[in-house]
Design a protein around this ligand. Structure first.
Ligand code: C2O
Ligand code: CU
Ligand code: CU
Length: 533
């Protein structure tokens, strides 16, 4: 796994059609040298029976025992001004050594010096402007995942922030700026657990792997009235898996470790990159001390390709702590939903309440991952340390204004497929049989109109739509699944499954993307445009 990757373009490289595609050609060529002999069935041999589509890369350092270090919360970012009806934030993107695994200094690519990036907190309807400065060696793009954002600020994959002028002429034809760019978020939407992350075309996987992700929490009056656990009892928890090289640096099988050219990963990681170390908020298997109280945990699966099934196992007890879901990707549910375990696909968010009041100080609660094995079966541990009295009840009603989209209002139904397919004879992932092309639109939808989309996939494909949240009508396996409730922006599409979702394209006119949020699939072109007109 340490061999250096050949990245000479092959002899059959097709003539470039435009700047974006000339670089595309290199994916196939580079990967092809390694993937020879496995065309069309890349990296999937070991897939059967697996719970994530991907291949696990083993760390080259001895893995530390779990639960050695306390969990930390990303700092909450302070606005540099609150003028003009808007909160203004500034974030520099730069590399920083961080202690992810005890005893090692891993250079992360950070937003503002922390991994994950600082948490931004906004109120719904209050404009938030984030000025990003790129001090990394490569272009970046910032996308607010779950944000209802005008197209020019949505972080279109070719709207690059170049590190400096010398990158001119290399912008894939997008709306490119040098060094600094302000993203303006109107946030005319419900309170929700959003997150921001890199979205540069072809290189989102390695950039997020190196650290470019953070929470953006939006609150609204309805949520505030519920008086949910807050302060120390509201914990945003970002789950990521990573692998480390002998020096404790992030290990990622990029064809070009400089992330310039060519894009793509070495065989057999084209189906998704899985690490053997589980991080919560940037630390390997942390512990967290809690009171005998009710907690609000806001889970985000920020992993490139890994799915999780979380359970709260109480040491020495037969029965797990129940997980009470109160919110999904786009905010509160109508009422709480009780789960024994919580399944999260990449990019999904689950807002849950967990009640530690039935436990005594000294109790330990391990958060385990039923979809993992060995080191990836552990996530973190909660240690009950303090007896307090907490009278807070789990509300029986949450959002009283949860709208149900109606099938009768849908003006059309579209079929969208997500499959593995050779591209230029090499391995790729495609939407409706086509690799991503910024100039090709897969759907032209009318602003304000409602549509039903039928999503069909071959393997696990967490399908994400920018701009417009949706609701899940059903799956080929039956009705909506247990984790499909509420407003979603990402659906855990499972192998050989069709899911029906209903979307109302509210918000803004313009070009947006939808894509698979397995970041290796996304980079290997499982992305497409829709145009709101
Ligand atoms: Cu999480 Cu297109 O993004
Ligand atoms: Cu998004
Ligand atoms: Cu996929």
């Amino acid at each position: 796994m340490n061999e250096s990757a050949p990245n000479e373009p092959g002899p059959n490289e097709p003539a470039p059609r435009h700047p974006g595609l000339s670089r595309r050609a290199a994916i196939g060529a580079g990967a092809g040298v390694l993937a020879a002999g496995v065309l069309g069935v890349p990296a999937l041999a070991g897939w059967r029976g697996q719970s994530s589509t991907g291949t696990q890369l083993r760390s080259e350092i001895p893995l530390p025992p779990p639960f050695q270090r306390p969990m930390v919360l990303p700092p909450v970012l302070t606005p540099s001004s609150r003028a003009d009806g808007a909160d203004l934030y500034q974030l520099r993107q730069y590399p920083v050594p961080v202690e992810v695994v005890p005893g090692y200094r891993t250079t992360a690519w950070t937003y503002g010096g922390t991994f994950p990036g600082p948490t931004i907190r906004s109120r719904a309807g209050r404009r938030t402007i984030v000025e990003h400065t790129n001090e990394l060696p490569v272009p970046t793009v910032v996308h607010l995942h779950g944000g209802v954002t005008p197209p020019e600020d949505d972080g279109y994959p070719t709207d690059l922030i170049l590190p400096d002028e010398t990158w001119q002429g290399y912008g894939h034809g997008g709306d490119t700026t040098v060094r600094t760019r302000s993203y303006e978020y109107p946030l005319q939407q419900r309170g929700a657990t959003l997150w921001y992350h890199d979205h540069r075309m072809d290189f989102t996987g390695p950039a997020v792997w190196r650290g470019l992700a953070g929470f953006h929490l939006v609150t609204d009056p309805e949520e505030e009235r519920l008086d949910l656990p807050h302060g120390e009892r509201e914990l945003p928890l970002a789950l990521m898996d990573r692998a480390f090289d002998t020096q404790g640096q992030f290990l990622y099988p990029s064809l070009d470790p400089g992330l310039i050219d060519p894009p793509g990963v070495r065989h057999p990681y084209e189906s998704g990159m899985l690490g053997d170390v589980i991080l919560v908020n940037g630390r390997a298997w942390p512990y967290h001390q809690v009171d005998t109280a009710l907690y609000r945990l806001r889970f985000l699966n920020a992993s490139n390709a890994r799915r999780y099934r979380l359970r709260f196992e109480v040491d020495g007890e037969e029965v797990d702590l129940p997980i009470i879901q109160i919110g999904s990707d786009h905010g509160l549910l109508a009422g709480p939903v009780r789960h024994e375990a919580l399944t999260l696909a990449p990019a999904e968010r689950f807002d849950v309440l967990v009640d530690f009041r039935s436990l005594r100080p000294g109790a330990q609660v391990r958060v385990v991952n039923d979809l993992g094995a060995g080191s990836t079966a552990d996530v973190m541990r909660f240690d009950v340390t303090r007896q307090v009295s907490d009278e807070r009840a789990v509300p029986d009603m949450l959002s009283t204004r949860l709208e149900r989209l109606r099938v009768a209002d849908a003006v059309r139904t579209r079929a969208m497929t997500f499959r593995s397919q050779p591209i230029d004879g090499m391995h790729g992932w495609v939407v409706n049989g086509r690799p991503f092309d910024p100039d090709v639109t897969h759907a032209t939808v009318e602003l304000g109109s409602t549509e039903i989309w039928e999503l069909t996939g071959d393997f696990h494909h967490p399908v994400h739509l920018h701009l417009s949240p949706f609701q899940v009508l059903g799956r080929s396996t039956g009705g909506p699944g247990p984790f499909d409730a509420g407003w979603k922006d990402t659906i855990d599409l499972r192998p050989a499954e069709t899911a029906r979702i209903i979307v109302r394209f509210d918000g803004y006119r313009g070009r947006y993307v939808f894509h698979c949020h397995n970041l290796e699939h996304e980079d290997m072109m499982m992305m497409a445009n829709f145009d709101v007109v």
